[in-house]
Design a protein around this ligand. Structure first.
Ligand SMILES: Cc1cc2nc3c(=O)[nH]c(=O)nc-3n(C[C@H](O)[C@H](O)[C@H](O)COP(=O)(O)O)c2cc1C
Length: 344
């Protein structure tokens, strides 16, 4: 397959593994790279020294290009970005923040930058800031998809930017890849599909749950981690949606976030006190959400925890290897093309 994305990153298939905390580990990233796609290593919940270790471990598992992500909204994320840059990771993916300095520093060593966006405003900002490609995430997606569905969001952004677009949110098979290319995208990025693969470290029960879900088994809410996001509809996610918080809980919860990210607690607590009512509530939800993601992902507990999942889970009914997923998508996309050609 040949698209602007395969050319830009030197990969065989325009298929990308999204950066998913606790899931997009060196093993899963390397499996995707070795199968000819591009894996994005998730560093959102890692301390800087863990980020370095994960990057080095990925390099022992694959000689192919890979990416690492940084979520600029998280406290202390700049330190992770610095590690990724010092390690000269071939592709850097940033989200939820201004990445002009990341583009400058990554380009200085010959790397490429992908910005993840959910709106045209942020797509244009990323283009101005020097990104080489965009991941455009629609409403169907697991986690923080935008307000607009991929079917509408992707062509609306493709029409307005010069950068190659990677469509995310609602893709799991070759029909989806062919549709994304028809909408003007140059590739797809998938979370839910790769989460349910043999190599994925998510708890086995969640792979089974994901295989059984239909397209209605998700909720989209800002009450779990403070930003609008999609999760599996479970007792855990419904409980968090109904949970009332007061700003003081942000201070209590901030200890957990600081510990998880290796960030000085006092600095975070002072930051929260200065944030004002709305932002500090958001911070409290983020801390609770972090804990709940971990329990949902690692322990497979859908009562105390939550699992981000996309609507596309409704058409996923098996747990293949990463290689099988990628090769199957490639074949299905070619079959879809033949069907289209005969119909058009
Ligand atoms: C289990 C799971 C965990 C995720 N964790 C994160 C995360 O930590 N950070 C993030 O930016 N996106 C996260 N996502 C969202 C993906 O990066 C991606 O945007 C989304 O999965 C794409 O839509 P799809 O699920 O329809 O393929 C997660 C997705 C899943 C399925």
């Amino acid at each position: 397959m040949k698209t602007k994305i395969t050319e830009l990153f030197g990969i065989k298939y325009p298929i990308i593994l999204s950066g998913m905390s606790w899931i997009s580990t060196p093993e899963l990233v390397a499996a995707v790279a070795n199968a000819g796609g591009l894996g994005i290593l998730a560093t959102g919940i890692l301390k800087p020294e863990e980020t370095r270790e994960y990057i080095q471990r990925t390099r022992t598992l694959t000689k192919r290009p890979f990416a690492a992500n940084v979520t600029l909204y998280f406290p202390g994320s700049e330190k992770n970005a610095k590690v990724i840059i010092n390690e000269k990771v071939p592709v850097v993916n940033y989200a939820l923040g201004k990445g002009d300095w990341i583009c400058r520093e990554v380009h200085a060593y010959g790397g490429k930058v992908i910005a993840t966006v959910t709106t045209l405003k942020h797509a244009l900002a990323a283009q101005r800031d020097g990104a080489d490609a965009l991941i455009v995430t629609g409403h169907e997606a697991a986690g923080h998809g935008g307000a607009v569905t991929s079917m509408v969001l992707v062509p609306s952004i493709v029409d307005e930017v010069k950068l190659p677009v990677i469509a995310a949110g609602g893709f799991a098979d070759g029909r989806g890849l062919a549709a994304a290319l028809a909408l003007g995208a140059e590739g797809i990025s998938m979370g839910t599909r790769f989460m349910n693969s043999v190599e994925s470290p998510v708890h086995a029960s969640q792979k089974e749950n994901s295989s059984k879900c239909d397209v209605y088994n998700t909720v989209y809410t800002n009450k779990v981690d403070g930003l609008p996001a999609r999760f599996m509809k479970t007792r855990g996610s419904v409980h968090l949606m109904n949970k009332r918080l007061n700003p003081l809980s942000a201070l209590f919860q901030s200890r957990k976030i600081a510990k998880l990210l290796g960030f000085p607690w006092l600095k975070l607590a002072i930051g929260i006190l200065l944030m004002g009512f709305r932002k500090s509530l958001q911070m409290a939800r983020m801390a609770i959400g972090f804990e709940a993601f971990k329990v949902g992902t690692i322990d497979g507990d859908n009562v105390r925890g939550v699992l981000p999942i996309g609507q596309i889970t409704g058409i996923i009914h098996d747990t293949p290897t990463v290689k099988q997923i990628i090769e199957r998508i490639s074949k299905e996309a070619k079959d879809a093309n033949k069907v289209l050609t005969s119909k058009l």
